[in-house]
Design a binder for this molecule. Sequence first.
Ligand code: CA
Length: 230
Amino acid sequence: MNKFMVLVVEDDKLIQNLMATTLDIHNYRYLTASSASDALLQITSHNPDVIFLDLGLPDMDGVDLIRKIRTWSATPIIVISARSEDADKIEALDAGADDYLTKPFSVDELLARLRVTQRRLAASQGTLPSHIFENGDLKVDFAAGTAYLGGEELSLTPIEYRLLCLFCKNIGKTLTHTYLTDAIWGGTFDSDLASLRVFMASLRKKIEKDTTHPQYIQTRIGVGYRMNRV
Ligand code: CA
């Protein structure tokens, strides 16, 4: 039995059953909740390892629920929602979600996201070599897992931080869309390219003074992105 415990927060019984069955087949432990109040109860009493969260819940907006959870818990939250606008995704990520999957999703995608989260949790328990990266006002302390801009600590989601690290470690090189989605999600589904765009937009909002004329990370249209030495 996989010790990993997933909380599925979803009021649509069909989708909730599909996710529960998928988790069960792959030997994950799981809990279900059909409302925000159910979810809060399950989180406080069972402390799950990861939360799958639908944004459209009967008693509270999912984004408000994320904010509430983040006041006391750092448990990874993967939003699974029918809202497909980039603005909705960015709002959920800003509120503290770790990752995003748009409905309809495939079971393989769901499992891929879960494996990445597991790997990240395992890696965060290991030790990293001490190394400080600096470029202009941007500074990353790889050992501490923190990034700074002009001396101020940046509040980055885990995926934004990993993206930033990839660019820092490959400064001056163009990283293709495929390279990035593979490094972050372990594969390249069509939806990963859309997610990459969302995460790049939210990362840029945090590190660039003017996102329409980015200083640090340049877009190579149709190819990928590159961090410039400034
Ligand atoms: Ca719903």
